[in-house]
Design a protein around this ligand. Sequence first.
Ligand code: NAD
Ligand code: UDP
Length: 317
Amino acid sequence: MKKEIDSKRIIVTGGAGFIGSNLCDRLISEGHEILCVDNFFSGRKENIAHLLDNPSFEHIRHDVTFPLYLEADLIFHLACPASPVHYAHDPVQTVKTNVHGAINMLGLAKRLDVPIFQASTSEVYGDPEIHPQTEDYWGNVNPIGTRACYDEGKRCAETLFFDYHRQHGIEIKVARIFNTFGPRMRIDDGRVVSNFIVQVLRNEDITIYGDGTQTRSFCYIDDMVEGIIKFVTLDNDFTGPLNLGNPDEYTIQQLAEIILDLTNSKSKLIYKDLPSDDPKRRRPDITLAKKKLSWEPKTSFNDGIQQTISYFNNLIA
Ligand code: NAD
Ligand code: UDP
């Protein structure tokens, strides 16, 4: 059974980021009051500029590694850099954001006695040995590698969410988000979809890391926001973890070719070193999401890529 989010005041941490700002738009359009909490580590003021005059929107510049005292009815916790380039820039801060940030926001949820959503990640599966990834897979993560600040940080955050749930009865919803793309990604985000699109629009070479045979499965932002909202509005004790993503899988080489095709670009493909611990394949099994939420992505890959190309075209032009 489903309910509307009847809460009036909703905290969105990471609300100035890519997914967070799209989520804020959706929640505002549904009539809620948003408290956006963000320190602009990887987010942008431009992502929320259109909301600043809206009386239902308030922004607080705050680092979630420090405690926060606010009142709200529901918390979406998304604060954390998601691009490998950004999270590896300051790995210690990334661990703190994931672990201290989770403790602080769970502490807030406990004091207020309100539900809290966690933006976890497919990275908890690391370089997966089973394919596609199901929620019961425990993952294959190098705990001391260069991606560990993010992967292990998110794994520890999941531990904290489930311990607060078991120990303190906090209502939690933990989503494992797979690669998501679309408008509001940064030009210098560093993730593959934005890199390739920006490179073709600037007539630069397309940088494929490794031989391009590694795979990812890309979900368009509107589908992701819909999945998150459906999960949080589920009126039951279902905590997750729940995979949210698009199961259509592409090699990185294929992705480059699709973007070249759609833009009629003359950019060349160049091959660079593969970053360490880069997962070889990734694809969500979304059977559980289909069953629990009656949700699955609707946007075709080509449509999503076209929308994203238009977005970057406007930024670059
Ligand atoms: P993003 O980098 O665009 O947004 C993250 C936001 O969090 C930014 O606005 C940033 O400034 C803010 N932030 C970072 N550290 C903070 C701190 N200490 N205090 C306050 N704010 C802080 O990334 P995104 O793609 O929008 O990802 C949002 C969430 O979803 C993240 O938690 C990420 O791990 C998760 N996720 C994203 C993807 C994806 O493909 N985009 C995949 C899996 C999980
Ligand atoms: N990648 C690439 N060229 C780039 C950026 C990324 O080939 O310019 C590769 C990267 O090595 C990885 C895949 O694309 O295999 C997805 O990388 P991204 O940083 O988008 O996300 P993640 O690795 O976290 O899934």
